[in-house]
Design a protein around this ligand. Sequence first.
Ligand code: FA5
Length: 346
Amino acid sequence: MSCGACAAGSSMKNQLDRIKEVALKDLENLRTLAELETARVQALGRSSELSQFLRSLKERSEDERRELGALANRIRGELEEQFERAKERLEDLAYAALEKLDVSAPGMKVQRGHVHPLTQVQDDINAIFASMGFRIVEGPEVETEWANFDALNTPPDHPARGMQDTFWLQGMQHLMRTHTSPMQVRFMQQHQPPFRIIVPGRVYRNEATDATHEFQFHQIEGLMVTRTGPGAPSMANLKGVMEHFYQRFFRDPNIEVRFNASYFPFVEPGVEVYIKGSSGKLAGKWLEVAGAGMVHQNVFEHVGYVRGEMQGFAFGMALERMAMLKYKIDDIRLFNGGDLRFLRQF
Ligand code: FA5
């Protein structure tokens, strides 16, 4: 071996020592598995200095190749082992961090939700009617045109249909119910009097929203029917039920009820129910709170009863309007707005 070759060989050994030194130093400072992977690629990857070194050996003499190749491969093996150890150490640390449980840390407070104000008001209303012997039943929100209108004495050309414009489903046979009154029809088709029911539920109307109108709101229907005869439900009974309900609901024994003549095709006579109380929004003025009346004999006929054999009253009110009056809420849109500042007040 010439002296020149000797010098080249020793400088290449130095280069290998330096490569090893740099890689081991890098290993000491690693803190994450991601950092480790970057350092590993840098030290041992295809474009690392070590790989380039090994590739360059083919230009060397056979002796040099043998000697320096063996040395370079030994260093590669050592480094691979060191990287593997560092990996195990970092993995252990990562698991330990995951499992770390500080039993003395203060507990995390779980935020509890609560019942929506409309549900609270509905529960109150149900309880009051239940105490008067009314059964609570529910019905479908998608209705037939027949139950929502025709059976309720409102044929296609009837002007009252225009007052309850709705959302029709494809084919115009079904619609989103405009009121809970179709449940009068469904219930009577399946039951014989005597009965008294209330029907809470969602209703839909195709109208612009404002502070007192929603396109989707809730109603509570009431229906009490017996066979015709002494003791059958009368307008006087209807007034008594209304009075008792509103006095208990608003917790105001001074609430008065007044009927104003009105028109709904499915009752005869029909009235609008007004109340006046002594405090809050009810103080000193008459407010319209419901529609009501004696069930029309045409409706009894449509559900299969014999005309004149049955007698009863029906009423319908909106849940949102009840809640607004009770809690002095001035915009109906707050109920569905999702604003927690509003909802947390209940
Ligand atoms: C009816 O829906 C009748 N079915 C009520 C009825 C039942 C009368 C039984 C006779 C016998 P009306 O369309 O007026 O009636 O609606 C009833 C109540 O719903 C109204 O008094 C009003 O308080 C409320 N209401 C009507 N439209 C809306 C709306 N867009 N948003 C909120 N509340 C409404």
